[in-house]
Structures are given as C-alpha cells and as structure tokens.
Design a protein around this ligand. Structure first.
Ligand code: NAD
Length: 475
C-alpha cells in the first residue's frame, strides 16, 4: 500500500481507507524531506496512523500550485461553474457521511452522533450555502487558511466555502492533532472535479508550516482560527511580510446570564450544552455562568443534577454525551486549570478529576462561589464551568466585560425588552437569547475585542474573500 494511504480499523472492526499525504495539485504526495508525524486516538492514547508533515518547502510548492491554478484556471470559471463543483462536493460528503463521521470521532474524540448530526451536517450546509453565492467583486488570489482541532471538518468548510465561491485558490493547513478528515475531503474534492491546484491541504505544525504560510510573500490573504496568542503572531507576520489581508477567529470566555424570571429548566438545559457540548472545546463555550441571586441555589442544584445524567465515555456509543479531550497536552492543560481553581479557593461542586484510567477523559467539572480566579478569566477549552451570582443588571454586565475576550454571550429571560437591552450592552460578536451554540450558514460569526478580526459565514464572509476595484474611464 502507498505510504500516503492508510487502512484504519474502527471500534466496530470496519475499516476505512484514508489518504495520509499532503494534498497538492490534486495528488497526495510525500513531504519534500519525507518527514511524517503520528496522529493519536484520544480514547486509547494509541497511534491511529502517521501523516506527511509539511515543511517550508512544501508550503512553497502548495502556494505555487494555488497561484498557477488561480492565474490559469479558477479565476476564469464562472460563478455557476464554481457553484456546481461546490454542490458536487457537498453531494459526495453526503454519500460518505458515515465514514467521515467515524474518522472525525476517531481523530478528535468527539461523539460519533455529534460528528454526524452537527459537524457534518453544518459542513455540508456551508458548501451548499456558498454554492448559491455569486461573485460581485474580484477574488483576492491565493488564500491561506490555518485551522484548529476542535471542529476539523466544519472549520475546513467555513474556510473553503467562501474562498472558492469567490474565485480564490487556497492552501489550508490542518491542526497537527486532527489531520485525517480534511485529507478524506481532499479526495472528494479531486473526485468532484475541481481543477488541480485550486485546493491544497497540508498537514503539519505551527512551525515550520503555519509560520511559513503567515510570512509567505505570495499569499494574498490568510484566514486563521485558533488561539489569541497565535492570532497575534499571524497579524505580526502579515505586517512584517507582504501585508496580506488577515481574518482572525480567536478565543473566548463567554458569559451566560440567567435572570430570575427565566424558564429555569430550559436555562439549565442550554447552559449545560453551552459549556459541555464538544467537551467544552468550543471557542464560544459558555464557560462563565452568572445567575441572579434569588434563583442561584435552585439553578446550581438543577444544573448539577442535569450534568450528572450525562454519560462520559466511548464516543462511538449512542448515549455518550462527552468523550475524551483531544490530546495529552490539552488534558494536562485542563487538569492544570482545575488544580488552579481548587488552589484559588473555589468550591468544586462536581468533577475535578480524570474519568477512568485510560484515554484523555475529564469529568464534567463545576466550580462555584469565587469570581476573582484564573478560571473565571482565562479560556480553559475543556469541560469546566464556573458559576457565580449577581444582583443587578448593571453588575452582571460589568462582570460580563471583565475579560479580554468578546466572542459570544447569552441571556435567559422571559422579558424580551430586558433581553434586547442586555444584548445591546454586551460586547460580543454573537448574543444568544434563551438558547446557546446555535449556528447557520447565513449568520455571521466573529469576535469583538481580542476574540478576532472580521467575520465568517453569511454574506459578510464574501467581503473577506473579495476586493473592490474602481475603474474610471474617460471615453
Ligand atoms: P492554536 O492557536 O494553538 O493552533 C491553531 C492552529 O494554528 C493550528 O493549526 C496550529 O498548528 C497553528 N499554529 C500554531 N502556531 C502557529 C504559528 N506560530 N504560526 C502559524 N500557525 C500556527 O489553537 P488550538 O489549540 O489548535 O485551538 C484552540 C483555540 O482556537 C482556542 O483558543 C479557541 O478558542 C480557538 N478557536 C476559535 C474559534 C473561533 O471561531 N473564534 C473556533 C475554534 C477554535
């Protein structure tokens, strides 16, 4: 078998063949220096397979391929031709839904149900949404995308959909923790009939590959999703190289505000999924919950009761709500925050420990009763929530603004005018009222403050992937 294809055995003993090379010019190839790295199953802590690792030279080769494809082919495709191909890709992803969902769960640890019903369903919707869009402005040229590990398929769709619909070519680097599904989609991109070089997918690390992309002189635009620290690095790299356009989708520490008049059962349900969906590994996770004093005790009792019912375990079992976090590094990081919470004097109402002996499982953890603590300020990116109380709206808005982030927020109340008033006050790119974590292809997503620059999804993303030209003619 080619080293750039692996046969992977699933927990149900079915096997999947999947590419493991760099995807450049519609071929799966070795890296120039032949380097490979391992990708680990977070349930068993064992190697799934190895994939080719992109070096700086590979980035150059992928950029050259994207540049050639842009200049010679893709920019001359009509909107209709591009849209047909995006729709075809969505059809092929639907055809291979089960395989893609299984691979995503294996690589990332998220539940199979969630991979199928959330990640794949939204990825396909995004490709179809952008297949319906047409170009009114000029494409930018060669775009780059660097994505994280928490939603590998979805982040790929959010980047490729608008970039391709607008007529750009692209070089995308996946996270070193989850390289597999993007390569599987690359095989479908080839099968759909996209011209070679239009989409190039690199597996590799932040350094050298990601950094080489950020500094590359022939990349015209870079779209990054990941941590604020790396986002700042990308912006600096752009200013020190060719001033490539930059969009950043960064971290968050989102406040979730529960007023006393809220439907408490509903608020508990949404606040729970707000933090524990995808094991807390969401940039917009509702990791700070503020509850109005008069219903505080009732809320935390119900919240704990609800959380206790949610099963932690094998991502491939249908009734599992929470699988392992993605990697050993992430496991140690989250456990470190839990220790800090305990040391700083917060009450650990539930969890606070690993689950089981093997795999990167962490018990759903609830901290209460202390606000001036690190875990109320910093993004943990794991199944850990801090719950606190407030007395007035002014007070809770002030508390909501206590962090450097501004990605999302939520309010639970039956009083629509109070909901609107609070939504208007909150410094957040998305405010949910009486729900949490809902997304669609039409609604723009992005951050205020240090949560990012620019927007993804909807028509706003089209602006980020096109440029306006004024032509004045003296006839
Ligand atoms: P990260 O910043 O460590 O890595 C993200 C990506 O950047 C990876 O592909 C990594 O290889 C690459 N990278 C790392 N260093 C780099 C460098 N110097 N130059 C170029 N590329 C580099 O983040 P992560 O741990 O993978 O993801 C978690 C973070 O992503 C969290 O902070 C989370 O909030 C954020 N996130 C944000 C959104 C959003 O839409 N706002 C969505 C998902 C995740």
């Amino acid at each position: 078998m080619s080293p750039n294809e692996a046969t992977i055995t699933l927990p149900n003993n079915k096997t999947i063949k999947t590419p493991t090379g760099l995807f450049i010019n519609n071929e799966f190839v070795d890296s120039v220096d032949g380097k490979r790295f391992e990708t680990i199953n977070p349930v068993t802590e064992k190697i799934i397979t190895t994939v080719a690792e992109a070096s700086e030279k590979d980035v150059d080769i992928a950029v050259d391929a994207a540049e050639k494809a842009f200049n010679e082919a893709w920019r001359y495709f009509t909107g209709v031709q591009r849209c047909k191909l995006l729709n075809k890709l969505a059809d092929l992803m639907e055809r291979d839904l089960d395989e893609l969902a299984a691979l995503e769960s294996l690589d990332n640890g998220k539940t199979y149900k969630e991979s199928k019903e959330t990640d794949l369903s939204m990825s396909i919707e995004v490709y179809r949404y952008y297949a319906g869009c047409y170009t009114r402005h000029e494409p930018i040229g060669v775009c780059a995308a660097i994505i994280p590990w928490n939603f590998p398929l979805m982040m790929q769709a959010w980047k490729l959909g608008p970039a391709l619909a607008c007529g750009n070519t692209i070089v995308l680097k996946t996270s070193e923790y989850t390289p597999l599904t993007a390569l599987k989609v690359a095989a479908l991109i080839k099968e759909a009939g996209f011209p070679k070089g239009v989409v190039n997918i690199l597996s590799g690390y932040g350094k050298p590959a990601g950094s080489a992309m950020a500094y590359h002189m022939k990349i015209d635009k870079i779209a990054f999703t990941g941590s604020t620290v790396t986002g700042k690095y990308i912006l600096k790299a752009s200013s020190e190289s060719n001033l490539k356009k930059v969009t950043l989708e960064l971290g968050g520490k989102s406040p979730n505000i529960i007023l006393a008049d809220a439907d408490l059962e509903e608020a508990v349900k949404w606040a729970h999924s707000g933090i524990f969906f995808n094991h807390g590994q969401c940039c917009c996770a509702g990791s700070r919950v503020y509850v109005e004093n008069s219903v505080y005790n009732k809320f935390i009792n119900k919240f704990k009761e609800h959380t206790e019912k949610m099963k932690v375990g094998d991502p491939f079992e249908n009734d599992t709500y929470q699988g392992p976090v993605v990697s050993k590094i992430q496991f140690d990081r989250v456990m470190g925050y839990i220790e800090t919470g305990k040391k700083e004097g917060a009450t650990c109402l539930m969890g606070g420990d690993r689950h089981g002996k093997e795999g990167y499982f962490i018990k759903p953890t609830i901290f209460t009763d202390k606000e001036e603590m690190t875990i109320m300020q910093e993004e943990i990116f794991g199944p850990v929530v801090a719950i606190s109380k407030f007395n007035t709206i002014e007070e809770v808005i002030e508390k909501a603004h206590m962090t450097t982030y501004g990605l999302a927020a939520a309010v639970f109340t039956k009083d629509v005018s109070r909901a609107i008033k609070i939504s208007n006050e909150l410094k957040a790119g998305t405010v949910w009222v009486n729900l949490y974590n809902t997304f669609d292809s039409y609604s723009p997503f992005g951050g205020f403050k240090q949560s990012g620059i620019g927007r993804e999804l909807g028509k706003y993303a089209l602006k980020e992937y096109t440029q306006v030209k004024t032509v004045q003619i003296n006839l």
